[in-house]
Design a protein. Structure first.
Lengths: 788, 242
């Protein structure tokens, strides 16, 4: 158990935290359709805007004649990349590499927004105007096959674009002595230890490929929104901007339009499904400019076709692994080819993995990672991690390969290789890991068998797989919450937005816990003008921000108790006048000291005798507030997996029909240790989500490109098949509480830590004895079996 | 009423009150108290704010407003010859008749959002795959993104807003909230409509019944396991059970 600094350290008794079935703040509004996302906003007299989309995978707009389009009745404005208004805007930077022009004449993926924006009375007229543009395209060679694109004679698609270099994003890239970029290929090399020595030490060396297919982030709500400018006596001189549909990009709008933050207003708090894709799209940012030009509200929304960005990009990995006769890994040589994607793609899915990968959770200290990042015209990856691409799949496959080679249970191989909690050389087992494995084995009735050896009664082959994972969270975010006691009610204000992980709810539960209140007693306000934003990354952000709220709540508690004494000792004057005046009843808290008091059940009570108390609203009439600025203690993110505390384990069972090639996931089993459960259903839902993702990307989701034109062929929900209710496998789960995390009450969350792209693949291998690339569609299974 | 039938705001001078009123929507409330159950009242209030008759007729091409439909038709004849003339139609939504001005190719989803300001029927796939735009027409769950609005005249259309406004279905909404049968929430109203459609036909569904009934609804967040739990509990409550 972690020995946490901070107020309350390890609280033992919980009244609110961990309580199930507490609805979210906006749940009713969401369920009833009243809640509005950017796409839902429609205001009187608004115009509509649409971008020109490239029909080519790689092309340059040489010129555009807008004359015919402008003549269409209902067309109000046409803006091109050459307009000064557009040139004055900028976008990008930060996570997404160097700032780039907001709109230019380069389209480096099919469907890219390029060169022209049309504004019209309705969407139909916009579409017609786009059709009437005379666009002169210079079609350029494209790369949608990475293996072709990395060849020395491949056409160079971005010869002079510094933004195209791998590692240009904010997360940096591996080693410092990388070779210079050649053609489409950037290099990122990370070396630890002496790999050659590690191979010399090995009794066995195996080599194999792990191919990870790209899959779509598939944001359910096509993004975009509406904006308009307005005058207001109450907000001083100058125009005010109202923008809807940019809840995560509010600050970006402020910067982009050089507006004082207090004069930019937004009601929309619902981000929709983002899955760690935090990129703000052009449709979300352009509306203020267009509204300014036209003097009317302007709505701009992406269509479904424009929402097929990557949640994980393509990667080909060749792994060479050396290990002892007992399965102990002595060397890892990882060579990979990753998709650098279109301009502005994050390196989160490629070079970022090298420094936060799973190899360092093993005792092996000889690890070589050489990566080629290939510029492509396949698509864009904004910022992801929900699917945890961080090489966990390579290690998972490696463990299964070693187990296969030695005829051993992969759990035994994993357990042998995992280092202890304190360092990479710590020989002690990780308590959380041991607890998770034991629970998972029991849950799944784990009985290992060799590949192809178990047949189900219906004749299908049974396969099983296992993986462990740490919680690769971070604690670098500084949180700045503020709590108020106003008119006897505790208020928690945040700028949101609401992203579906119920983070404010977890915060409120912690505040209620610390202040002796109930969840329903905490009044939550969402306002874009507030400072406090509770996010620091998935559910680990939940726990990290909840740490800050715990600290803040205790500062407020101290003020409340001191004020209670002050008011008890100096009660307000009698209420009323003359003979009607009512003398206040003397407080039972009078004459006591603050340290003698506590907050329990909505009252200020005497610790020694809690039956003596005064309801909070009566005990303290003063308005109080407390602030906190800080972050929880250090987390694992900064140690590259060389320290471990809470862990989790996932298992999968499949049935493979060798006649049809059909794979059925019989069930997933997950035992996760979030340290301490803050809000149970948030954790359960995240597990469901990543298992849904795992099933989808390993069995059915696939980007298909026409190699000749570079056009994506699977960009609608018929052809790119998401998991549906009937596809969703059974998920058995159990949550442990070792209290070993870094955040509130020893919590840490589980986000990012369970998703995988090869758990099902490993189970299929265990069933049929063949390795199949994802997605393992029936044709691929049959091909692997030599039947197709 | 949403965008196009209202007169232009002068200088884009919208304010919050007019915006909310014209959008026909009671704002979700960016200030809410933890755990408070929103009852059917907001949904009823939102429905009450939507005008049921047309008072102006706006040209979808040039934005001019006319006092009568005949004037608008005349305008089309003189100014936009050859263009498709909008039509007026009366649609029964959530038990109330609404006269709306639409173009003949408009989908029901588009009409609900842009004419009635109802945002419960969500556009996700735009081609009849995802179920986010599900409504109930004459007792059947249908996809409003692939249903022409003009074809719905004379039919009883029920949206999630109508379900929310009907106190009998409060247990279903409450159960969805209690069990977190939503994450980002964008697809949730479509699921609720499908669930209501199921419960009308089968007040005692099994888990498998729920799965089959919701098979046409896609949730990108993967909340699937939570829906049958919520629906089956709601079914029990609606029967007076626990």
């Amino acid at each position: 158990m972690a020995d946490l600094a901070g107020v309350n350290g390890q609280r033992k008794d919980f009244r609110v935290v961990g309580k199930p079935n507490l609805p979210g703040r906006l749940s009713h509004a969401i369920a009833t359709g009243i809640a509005k996302y950017g796409i839902d906003y429609a205001v009187p007299a608004m115009l509509h805007a649409k971008f020109l989309k490239s029909p080519y995978a790689n092309a340059k707009v040489v010129s555009v004649d807008t004359e015919k389009a402008r003549k269409i009745p209902g067309v109000v404005d046409i803006v091109t990349w050459e307009d000064e208004d557009i040139k004055n805007l900028s976008a990008g930077g930060g996570f997404m590499g160097p700032a780039q022009p907001f709109l230019d004449n380069i389209a480096d993926q099919e469907g890219a927004e390029v060169a022209v924006i049309v504004v019209a009375e309705n969407e139909d007229i916009c579409k017609e105007a786009l059709r009437r543009l005379d666009v002169k395209w210079e079609v350029l060679p494209h790369v949608v096959d990475l293996l072709e694109g990395r060849k020395p004679d491949a056409p160079v698609i971005r010869p002079a674009d510094p933004a195209a270099k791998a590692g240009s994003g904010g997360f940096g890239m591996g080693g410092g002595n990388n070779p210079p970029k050649q053609g489409n290929v950037s290099y990122s090399n990370v070396n630890d230890g002496d790999v050659e020595a590690g191979f010399r030490e090995a009794d066995h060396i195996i080599e194999f490929d792990v191919n990870t297919a790209a899959f779509s982030g598939h944001i359910p709500n096509p993004v975009g929104g509406v904006a308009w400018w307005f005058d207001s006596t109450y907000h001083g001189e100058g125009k005010n901007l109202r923008i809807e549909g940019t809840p995560w990009g509010h600050d970006q709008v402020v910067r982009m339009y050089r507006m004082p933050a207090e004069k930019v207003f937004q009601e929309c708090m619902l981000v929709g499904g983002r899955y760690c894709d935090w990129g703000i799209r052009k449709s979300q940012l352009i509306t203020p400019l267009l509204a300014q030009r036209t003097g009317r509200p302007v709505r701009c929304v992406n269509d479904r076709y424009g929402m097929y960005d990557f949640n994980l990009n393509q990667r080909y990995v060749h792994l060479k692994v050396g290990f002892k006769a007992n399965g102990l890994i002595t060397a890892i040589d990882d060579f990979s080819i990753a998709d650098g994607g279109a301009r502005g793609s994050t390196n989160f899915g490629n070079t970022m993995d090298q420094t936060f990968g799973p190899y360092f959770t093993t005792r092996c200290q000889n690890v070589k990672q050489n990566m080629e990042v290939v510029d492509s015209n396949r698509g864009k990856m904004w910022l992801s991690g929900q699917h945890n691409p961080m090489s966990w799949d390579s290690l998972t496959v490696a463990i299964h390969r070693i187990a296969e080679k030695l005829g051993k249970d992969p759990i035994d191989i994993a357990t042998l290789n995992l280092h202890g909690p304190d360092s990479q050389t710590d020989p002690n087992p990780v308590p959380s890991y041991e607890a998770c494995v034991a629970a998972a084995k029991k849950m799944m009735n784990w009985q290992w068998h060799k590949a192809g050896e178990k047949k189900l009664p219906d004749g299908r082959l049974h396969g099983a797989s296992f993986r462990y994972n740490q919680c690769p969270r971070h604690s670098g975010t500084v949180f700045n919450p503020k709590l108020e006691l106003r008119n006897g009610v505790v208020r928690l204000a945040s700028r949101g937005p609401v992203i579906g992980i119920y983070i404010m709810e977890a915060n409120a539960m912690v505040v209620a816990e610390e202040l002796g209140l109930e969840y329903k007693d905490i009044h939550t306000e969402l306002d874009h003008h507030e400072i406090y934003r509770p996010y620091g990354g998935g559910s680990d952000g939940t726990t990290a921000s909840s740490w800050a709220l715990k600290e803040c709540a205790n500062k407020l508690k101290k003020e409340i108790l001191e004020a209670a004494i002050e008011e008890a000792n100096n009660p307000p004057a009698a209420r009323g006048f003359g003979p009607m005046a009512k003398q206040p009843t003397p407080s039972p808290l009078k004459g006591r000291k603050a340290e003698e008091l506590d907050l329990q059940d909505g009252k200020v009570v005497v610790k020694a005798d809690p039956s003596i108390g005064v309801p909070l609203a009566q005990a303290v009439r003063a308005n109080l507030f407390a602030t906190y600025s800080g972050k929880p203690p250090d987390a694992l993110w900064t140690h590259r997996g060389k320290k471990l505390d809470t862990m989790n384990v996932a298992m999968c069972e499949v049935a493979v029909d060798t006649e049809t090639g059909e794979v059925e996931i019989l069930r997933f089993g997950v035992v996760a240790d979030p340290g301490k459960i803050l809000r149970r259903s948030s954790l359960e839902s995240q597990i469901d989500q990543v298992m849904d993702f795992s099933a989808g990307c390993q069995l059915q989701e696939e980007f298909i490109y026409d190699q000749k034109t570079g056009v994506k062929l699977s960009t609608n929900m018929f052809e790119y098949k998401k998991v549906g209710m009937l596809d969703m496998p059974r998920v058995d789960l159990e949550l442990l509480e070792t209290r070993a995390g870094n955040a509130a009450y020893g919590s840490n969350g589980i986000s990012h830590s369970l998703a995988n792209t090869h758990l099902v693949i490993c189970a299929i291998q265990n069933a049929i004895g063949k390795w199949v690339d994802s997605p393992a569609t029936p044709d691929r299974i049959l091909k692997a079996l030599g039947k197709a | 009423m949403a965008d196009e039938e209202t007169k232009k705001g002068e200088g884009g001078g919208l304010n919050r009150r007019n915006f909310l009123k014209s959008a026909g929507v009671v704002v979700t409330g960016s200030t809410l108290t933890a755990g408070i159950t929103l009852a059917a009242e907001p949904a009823k209030a939102a429905a009450a704010a939507i005008p049921t008759t047309l008072t102006s007729f706006r040209c979808p091409i040039c934005s001019m407003n006319f006092a009568t439909f005949a004037d608008l038709q005349g305008h089309f004849a003189s100014t936009h010859p050859g263009a498709v003339v909008p039509v007026t139609t009366k649609l029964n939504v959530n038990g109330k008749d609404y006269e709306v001005l639409i173009e003949p190719h408009w989908t029901l989803q588009r009409m609900l959002q842009f004419r009635l300001g109802m945002t419960g029927a969500k556009q996700m796939c735009d081609r009849g795959v995802c179920g986010s735009c599900t409504v109930i027409i004459d007792g059947r769950a249908v996809l409003s993104c692939t249903t022409l609005a003009v074809e719905c005249e004379g039919k009883a259309i029920q949206t999630v807003e109508g379900i929310a406004a009907d106190f009998r279905w409060k247990p279903l909404i409450d159960s969805y909230c209690k069990w977190d049968a939503m994450q980002c929430g964008y697809c949730t109203p479509g699921f609720v409509v499908s669930a209501k459609s199921l419960l009308e036909k089968n007040p005692n569904p099994t888990e498998e019944d729920c799965k089959q009934a919701l098979a046409g609804n896609i949730c990108c967040c993967g909340t699937y396991p939570r829906h049958p739990t919520a629906i089956m509990e709601a079914a029990q409550k609606m029967k007076g059970g626990a």
